[in-house]
Design a binder for this molecule. Structure first.
Ligand SMILES: [Zn+2]
Ligand SMILES: [Zn+2]
Ligand SMILES: [Zn+2]
Length: 314
């Protein structure tokens, strides 16, 4: 055992003076029942250095605690935390000296975060996830930049679905739902640019589901490739392919045309509508997914729409 010098003992890096007073038999019996050996009396008349029989390491315990409660070995507790963190995909770094309920963890992305120890238990059990605030903010800032806005910070009104953004072209600042920034479905109250007035697109994607089934996704977006990446795919590894993108003069036209397409397809080809349970977890949509064999039919409908909008423009 680590002795600093003859009359002190080191526990968790701290040298404690050994008190040369008797260790009573009924103390030793209590320690024995609780899985410890009394190594020395330390610090004052009422503290003991206990050796844990689980891990063989020393910890400091009040005599009162030994006699009336089950003392806990700090090394064994920390070992359990390390194990739990590993099960949650994290690395335990150190306890938070300011609070016994918190510790520092290294996240899978490499950032360190202070988290409640009890939360890690729930993450390890798969009850909840753990997201890195640093990475999350970088993602949200990039989302905003991609549509010409700048992420300013959290929602001043405190809604967790909203953030404060600045329009780069006019410097106007406003709160917008994060989901609407990703889909560009919002207007600038400063310069009056509205998403419904900006050009929009009808798109057709082919998606390979984890089950091996290939399906078609038909929808509208102001930015089909961004929709494909940011919204549609619940799982980043899905094989996806943009089959067709048809430009529409406005968001209103795109919505109206898209709705018409779905109504017509559902009525004429009910067998081609894929049940939501077949792509649950793979696609972040619940409707508007069709069997692959319907592609020729959909392409033909899109040909018609393209011809119509060409006529409009002529
Ligand atoms: Zn122990
Ligand atoms: Zn991170
Ligand atoms: Zn603006």
């Amino acid at each position: 055992m680590p002795h600093a010098h003859d009359n002190s003992i080191i526990i968790s890096g701290e040298a404690l003076p050994v008190i040369d007073m008797p260790i009573h038999d009924h103390w030793r019996e209590a320690a024995d029942r609780r899985g410890f050996d009394i190594t020395a009396r330390v610090a004052d008349r009422y503290a003991l250095a206990l050796t844990c029989r689980q891990c063989g390491k020393l910890s400091r315990t009040r005599l009162f605690v030994l006699m009336h409660h089950q003392p806990r070995c700090s090394h064994c507790i920390e070992a359990a935390w390390r194990q739990e963190a590993a099960a949650a995909g994290l690395t335990f770094q150190r306890r938070d000296p300011a609070s016994t309920a918190y510790a520092w963890y290294r996240l899978p992305c490499g950032h360190d975060a202070r988290r409640q120890i009890g939360l890690i238990t729930r993450v390890a059990a798969g009850e909840t996830g753990l997201r890195c605030a640093t990475c999350q903010e970088a993602v949200e800032a990039a989302e905003a930049r991609a549509v010409g806005w700048e992420l300013v910070g959290p929602d001043p009104a405190g809604d967790t679905n909203y953030r404060e953004y600045r329009h780069i072209s006019c410097s106007h600042q406003q709160r917008i739902a994060r989901g609407n920034v990703k889909s560009q479905r919002f207007d600038c109250a400063g310069c009056g640019v509205t998403w419904t007035a900006a050009p929009s697109f009808i798109y057709l994607f082919r998606v390979l589901l984890p089950s091996g089934m290939r399906v078609l996704k038909l929808g509208f977006s102001k930015n089909p490739r961004s929709r494909l990446q940011h919204q549609l795919l619940g799982d980043g590894d899905l094989a996806c392919h943009v089959l067709r993108v048809v430009a529409m003069p406005s968001g209103h036209d795109a919505i109206r045309t898209e709705k018409g397409l779905h109504t017509s397809l559902r009525r004429r080809f009910p067998d081609a509508v894929i049940d939501a349970k077949d792509f649950a977890g793979a696609l972040t949509v619940v409707t508007e997914v069709y069997a692959e064999w319907l592609e020729a039919e959909i392409q033909q409908l899109l040909d018609g729409i393209e011809d119509d909008s060409d006529d409009d423009g002529a």
